[in-house]
Design a binder for this molecule. Structure first.
Ligand SMILES: [Zn+2]
Length: 501
């Protein structure tokens, strides 16, 4: 491994010789009311330095106390991610100096993380009928640092520190380098976020910094029968999943080009930290480190270690409801949804699934409910950036509308007009139908309508008589113009019966 290569050898490699190796570190802010080791609020958006105390600002003599809820949420996450849960876990001080870290150390977990090996299965991005497993190395609990606020005006100015976030509980989830493309890394992040939101352990709001991710990436390249690895780069500042995908894609290309020029491998060059610059869509060098920095970890003498019993872990396990993968299976297996539709619905969150289940059960037709929610409801939510909770039509109203479609009182086209009226004028189903002048059409009216169509369209009738029953389709649009309340299905069947086709 990592033998020297010539310029000629390096230029001759093809795309198939290159494997992208990606691992991720994700910091998730746990949804607790108070901080990890003190009672200060974690509420976002308060004026700077109003949510601090002697503990989270590190005053001498103050003592931290562990937040039990943070511990529970970490264990819940670990169980959902198939991790081994430690029966014994402890706290360590990670020492470094930085303005936003008032104590001069961060309380973290070094050698006894709360969650050990686990995994997450993803759809294979190249073939969605298969899955790929990403192994999780560990997940540990730690406190967040504060936030530096820099004056970026042209004149320059002061940098200030806001310590409101200092001591907020974070779960750091570390994967093994198991992802093989930037798209796969993004799929991992999507699925992880979905699981975390289904578990209600974090809102994963990236704008507020409640989910942050760093990526480690390098390339394995086959060249003349041997395999080399390029130097590992850690990318920071990937502040959205789309940014993460772009940054990793960019970095894979950059590393290949660089290696073709200089031939440097993992043993020739130190690990670099690079930052993603959204403005230029490039990564730029932040720092190089020879070896992993020496944080002089040692057990925190102010905190006692945590011992967990089987009963405690089982009680947390019993709180875990169905996860996204189980919901997909259920929607496909029990409600007949197509895998794609099930995936879209699950991706929208628990609220949409509950809405669907209510409507499907209420109207008695899962497929119709899935189509309407997939097309009408989700389109509305996407266009208006509303959530299912603020969608103007309740699941009860939607059930009533679709019950009328199932019962034949409305066809799909008219039902969509009714839905539009309901949304626009905040009407119930019946009032919207009245407003549109929709009323039941009796058999006599239908027969008179069909007779008129037969009289006025002799050519079509000849075709039907000649055995082409499909020709009747040409009359449906005409029927709608004559009487929009006449059901197309009924008109079709009546004409065929009258013509004897
Ligand atoms: Zn505090």
């Amino acid at each position: 491994m990592n033998a020297a290569t010539t310029q000629e050898q390096r230029q001759s490699i093809s795309e198939d010789d290159v494997t992208i190796i990606i691992g991720l570190e994700v910091h998730v802010q746990l949804d607790t009311k108070s901080k990890l080791f003190c009672g200060c609020s974690t509420e976002f958006g308060a004026p700077p330095n109003t949510q601090t105390c002697v503990v989270c600002t590190g005053a001498p003599g103050s003592l931290p106390v562990i937040n039990q809820q943070a511990l529970r949420l970490s264990i819940k996450t670990g169980l959902a991610l198939n991790c081994e849960i430690a029966r014994f876990t402890k706290w360590d001080r990670k020492n470094y100096f930085y303005p936003d870290l008032p104590k001069g150390y961060q309380i973290s977990q070094f050698d006894k993380p709360i969650c050990g090996l686990g995994y997450l299965d993803l759809f294979d991005q190249r073939d969605k009928s298969k899955t790929r497993r990403v192994v999780l190395e560990r997940a540990h609990l730690e406190e967040d640092a504060g936030k530096s606020i820099h004056d970026e005006s042209k004149q320059g100015g002061n940098s200030r520190i806001d310590l409101n976030r200092t001591g907020t509980p974070l779960l750091e989830i570390v994967t093994q380098p198991d992802m093989r493309s930037a798209a796969e890394a993004r799929a991992f992040l999507n699925e992880l976020k979905l699981i975390l939101t289904y578990l209600e352990v974090s809102d994963c709001n990236m704008q507020q910094g409640n989910l942050r991710c760093d990526g480690n990436i390098n390339l394995h390249i086959r060249v003349d029968g041997q395999q080399i690895a390029t130097p590992i780069v850690e990318i920071k500042n990937m502040n959205s999943f789309r940014a993460a995908e772009r940054a990793l894609d960019y970095e894979a290309v950059r590393q290949l080009e660089l290696w073709k020029q200089n031939g440097l491998t993992i043993s020739d060059a130190p690990k670099q930290t690079r930052g993603w610059d959204a403005a230029t869509q490039t990564t730029t060098l932040q720092r190089e480190k020879e070896a992993s920095a020496d944080y002089r970890y040692f057990p925190d003498p102010d905190l006692i270690a945590v011992t967990l019993s089987e009963e405690e872990i089982d009680s947390i396990r019993s709180e875990i409801d169905r996860l996204p993968a189980q919901w997909r299976e259920e929607l496909i297996g029990q409600h007949g949804l197509k895998p794609y539709d099930a995936d879209v619905m699950v991706g929208q969150g628990r609220g949409v699934i509950d809405y669907f289940l209510n409507v499907a059960e209420g109207c008695g037709n899962s497929k119709m409910a899935a189509n309407w929610i997939g097309q009408e409801v989700l389109r509305f939510l996407n266009e208006s950036e509303a959530t299912i909770e603020s969608y103007p039509i309740t699941s009860t109203q939607m059930t009533e509308l679709l019950t009328r479609v199932v019962g034949g009182e409305l066809d799909q086209t008219r039902a969509k007009e009714v839905l539009e009226q309901m949304i626009e004028f905040q009407l119930e189903v019946q009032s919207a139908m009245d407003k549109l002048g929709i009323k039941p059409v009796d058999n006599q009216e239908i027969e008179a309508l069909c007779q008129q169509l037969i009289n006025e369209n002799p050519q079509v009738i000849e075709q039907i008589k000649g055995g082409n029953a499909k020709a009747v389709g040409a009359l449906i649009g005409k029927a709608r113009k004559l009487n929009p309340n006449a059901s197309p299905g009924l008109v079709k069947n009546t004409i065929l019966k009258m013509v004897g086709g």
